[in-house]
Design a protein around this ligand. Structure first.
Ligand code: ZN
Length: 130
């Protein structure tokens, strides 16, 4: 059976969260380079992160599930300057995070109740972008 990469993660925890979501949906998946990254976290970039792989037949469903959680992880983001996926969220807005945002939320009637990452920081080149 042919396996396809559907996600790349820079930490063991992120990789396992994603893997758990797919397994909950009865999609069988494997992690590649997990041991390397776990034992030598410093070389995560050298091996390109932990690859989450699924059987080719389940690829589309897996990507759909992972995309639905995109707001919770910056794993899918790419730096516009250097193309790196080594991105972290630096500013997130959350509903009712403060009285001010609660009022803004009420006045503007924003449709989303989820926390959204507003700004990202590239760990490779230091670029910050929305
Ligand atoms: Zn960059």
């Amino acid at each position: 059976m042919k396996y396809i990469i559907v996600g790349i993660y820079h930490t063991y925890i992120d990789a396992h969260l994603a893997m758990g979501m797919l397994e909950d949906a009865n999609i069988s998946c494997v992690l590649k380079d997990e041991n390397t990254v776990s034992i030598y976290p410093g070389i995560t970039n050298a091996v390109g992160g932990i690859k989450l792989m699924v059987a080719e037949a389940q690829k589309e469903r897996a990507i759909e599930i992972l995309a639905s959680t995109e707001n919770e992880t910056a794993a899918e983001r790419i730096c516009p300057d250097c193309g790196s996926s080594n991105i972290e969220c630096i500013t997130a807005t959350q509903k009712n995070a403060s009285w001010l945002s609660a009022i803004a939320h009420a006045v503007l009637g924003s449709g989303s109740d989820d926390s959204i990452c507003k700004m990202y920081h590239c760990l490779d080149c230091g670029n910050e972008f929305e």
